[in-house]
Write a protein that binds this ligand. Structure first.
Ligand code: ADP
Ligand code: MG
Length: 244
């Protein structure tokens, strides 16, 4: 469904060049929950940004359903980012002044005419409320981000990412800022969404425990994929210690 072909990306600042992706190939299959692991600085976020057209490669291409998306005009990439992809980040990126409900509604506010928005806002609001209930936050709709825990903020960010009914969720270290327990809840939620809604998920992590909840794991070293295996099945999502 989503293919990276021979991606190269080098960051340049003054005379310093940092080659990050050096000819990377990856195929994401429809409906799978894929995890990407690799050391800090190995280029995982860079790859995710290129897959989601948040940034462009120096060379190589990104294909969605067989069509190139990395070189589309800006407005078409904007539509893809709004409708086809949903993004989840380590630090949630919620707007502090808005309620959780309004944060979830944000993707629908933008990229619609004001008229359209007013005509359809009741349906959007209903969908946002349903999604907040879906992620277990039906009682938190009118709270603001600072009143919530990290896990609750990330669940809100997941609801926001789902609002436009995307085909692919791109999650960059979604549990990186959470304790083990709330991180586990986030990954189980993503797992359920993947199974029940059929949304394809690409998740970057350097936490090897949580990859066991996914279908397949690829490892990045030196700017390319070096390993591609079914995810191990043993530790997660079962609790690690049996109750005594
Ligand atoms: P990861 O997510 O695996 O930790 P990144 O993709 O964030 O890795 O970064 C890969 C390398 O590229 C790192 O060495 C990082 O410092 C560098 N890098 C990332 N973004 C930029 C940027 N905008 N400008 C310059 N260097 C960058
Ligand atoms: Mg990163």
């Amino acid at each position: 469904m989503l293919i990276a072909q021979n991606l190269c990306k080098t960051y340049r600042r003054h005379a310093v060049q940092v080659p990050v992706l050096t000819g990377l190939n990856l195929e994401v299959r429809t409906g799978e929950f894929l995890s990407i692991v690799g050391a800090s600085g190995s280029g995982k976020s860079t790859l995710l940004h290129l897959l989601g057209t948040l940034d462009a490669p120096d060379s190589g291409s990104v294909l969605l359903d067989g069509k190139r998306i990395d070189n589309l005009p800006a407005d078409q990439r904007g539509d893809l980012r709004n409708r086809t992809f949903g993004y989840i980040f380590q630090f949630y990126h919620l707007l502090p002044e808005l309620t959780m409900l309004d944060n979830v509604l944000m993707p629908a506010y933008i990229r619609q005419s004001l008229f359209n928005w007013w005509a359809t806002r009741g349906q959007w609001r209903q969908r946002a409320e349903d999604l907040l209930k879906r992620v277990g936050l039906g009682h938190r709709m009118t709270h603001r981000p600072r009143e919530l825990s990290g896990g609750e903020m990330q669940r809100t960010a997941i609801a926001r990412a789902l609002l436009m009914n995307p085909r692919v969720l791109l999650a960059d270290e979604p549990t990186g800022n959470l304790d083990v327990e709330s991180g586990g809840e986030i990954v189980r939620l993503l797992r359920d969404i993947n199974r029940e809604e059929g949304v394809t998920i690409v998740m970057v992590t350097h936490n090897l425990d949580i990859v066991a909840a996914t279908d397949r794991v690829v490892r990045m070293v030196g700017g390319v994929i070096t390993e591609d295996t079914p995810a191990p099945r043993h530790v997660f999502p079962q609790p690690r210690l049996a109750a005594v």
